[in-house]
Design a protein around this ligand. Structure first.
Ligand code: AVJ
Ligand code: FE
Length: 450
């Protein structure tokens, strides 16, 4: 779905090229939203496919509402288009489960609304100085709104995965694994300081800022995300029934929710099948496991004699370049993800086999840190030292604390505009409908170090 042209960094563009880049990104993103909402009929658009998710038509109009609030009203200083619907599309006013009962815009109204807003935005983009005010500096607010729409597109993709019925989304098979068997299971990341977060990435969101030095001790991290085949060994060894592998909270949730396997798996008389966007197929053993919650990831790691990486460890593995001592935008360097480096952008509706994308490897040798599956980390979502909420507290700040765990790296359903080495995602540790897997880490034994 996403095209693989060279995407410029807003930091490198003059004002006219920056406007063109913004317009291109907005169009590319809207094409995806339209594809996700025209793949099903109107009845399926307004229906709730799971109490965990909004109706798709809510996401669509919500995307337009945020664009209206930030770009039409704030950046553009223009008259409101639909001030009467602000409340309906305020995510903090209504829980997802309650949204179908609201007097939402219908499919046609929602499509017309987002188009009306977009036309105004393209007009004001041409006139905005894109400087002089932090909100518009380097087109930040436009980048924020592009990322917001892409994030909801990934949410809509999760709704598609929860929906019952025949497949409706197009899909290309991902690349095959390259020399997966010859890869070491783990790579060593030597201890020492590195720069975490960013103060320079133009469209980085508030929680990725500012850049700050962090000291991380020696650790080993898995070369690839944990695969379905590996996870099956945990399952087959009775891992789901042995409280010793689970944290106390994890075991409580395992009991309460009766977890027995990753979400969307089904035991078919001794073989495991999975449902993937309407396709029912044998679980692919060489693919990273997906649709496990934090507690399942943590239990697996304990069973394997390892642990989950902290967020600091994950980012050091993904970004630290020991040759220069600097932190990279992506594991492979500064260039935006191109085809062959990472599984992003909903081109493939599944993770690629473990070991794929050798040219996307980090300096430490770890692969698939970007794309394929979001990776659970051991860390709670917390502000970096010097954090300031920008431009609104409800993006990040209200979620800081022990109830949310950080996920890193993006999934096959994450767009390149909403993914980079510093990008932070977060969710409740019980969440399984997101495209999340994990990799393990461990602290080396003292006799392993030279
Ligand atoms: C960053 C993915 C956790 O979807 O809840 C969307 C992004 N914030 N609208 C979410 C977001 C406001 C957010 N996550
Ligand atoms: Fe939102």
């Amino acid at each position: 779905m996403a095209s693989e042209t060279v995407r410029p960094n807003p930091a490198d563009l003059g004002i006219e090229d920056l406007r063109t880049h913004v317009a291109d990104e907005m169009q590319r993103t809207r094409d995806r939203s339209i594809a996700l909402t025209s793949a099903v009929d109107d009845d399926e658009l307004v229906r709730q496919h799971s109490p965990l998710m909004s109706p798709l038509v809510w996401d669509l109009a919500h995307v337009g509402s945020q664009e209206e609030i930030w770009l039409v009203r704030d950046v553009g200083g223009r008259q409101a288009v639909r001030p009467d619907i602000d409340d309906l599309y305020d995510a903090f006013q209504h829980a997802r489960a309650d949204r179908p009962a609201l007097p939402l815009l219908g499919p046609t109204e929602a499509r017309n609304y987002v188009t009306t807003v977009r036309d105004k935005v393209l007009d004001l983009l041409d006139r905005s100085p894109l400087e002089g005010r932090r909100l518009v500096e380097q087109a930040f607010a436009f980048g924020m709104i592009v990322q917001h729409e892409q994030q909801h597109d990934e949410t809509m993709l999760a709704t598609h995965q929860l929906r019952n019925g025949d497949p409706v989304l197009d899909d290309e098979p991902p690349p095959a694994a390259v020399d997966a068997d010859s890869l070491p299971d783990e790579v060593l990341v030597p201890g020492g300081p590195f720069v975490m977060g960013t103060s320079t990435e133009p469209w980085a969101l508030d929680n990725e800022r500012p850049a700050h030095e962090v000291h991380v001790a020696d650790f080993r991290i898995d070369t690839t995300p944990v695969t379905n085949g590996q996870f099956l060994r945990f399952l087959d060894s009775g891992g789901y029934d042995q409280p010793r592998w689970w944290s106390e909270q994890g075991w409580q949730y395992r009991q309460r929710a009766d977890l027995r396997a990753p979400l969307f798996w089904k035991d078919d008389g001794g073989t495991w099948l999975r449902r993937r966007f309407g396709h029912v197929e044998p679980v692919a053993l060489d693919e990273p496991v997906v649709h496990v919650c934090f507690y399942e990831a943590q239990a697996y790691a304990n069973w394997a004699g390892k642990r989950l990486p902290t967020e600091q460890e994950w980012e050091k593995a993904a970004r630290f370049d020991p040759r220069s001592g600097r932190s990279l935008r992506y594991p492979w360097g500064q260039a935006d993800p191109q085809q062959g480096r990472a599984n992003l952008g909903q081109r493939h509706l599944r993770p690629a086999p473990a070991g794929a994308y050798p040219t996307g490897a980090a300096p430490c040798g770890a692969r698939q840190l970007i794309g394929d599956v979001w990776e659970w980390t051991a860390s709670d979502f917390a502000p970096y030292p010097g954090f300031t909420a920008f431009p609104y507290r409800e993006y990040s700040e209200v979620f800081f604390g022990a109830s949310h765990k950080v996920l890193r790296g993006g999934s096959f359903g994450t767009d390149v505009a909403a993914c980079r080495g510093t990008f932070r995602n977060w969710d409740y540790p019980i969440r399984r409908q997101i495209f999340a897997g994990f990799r393990c880490a461990r602290t080396p034994d003292s006799d392993e170090l030279g």
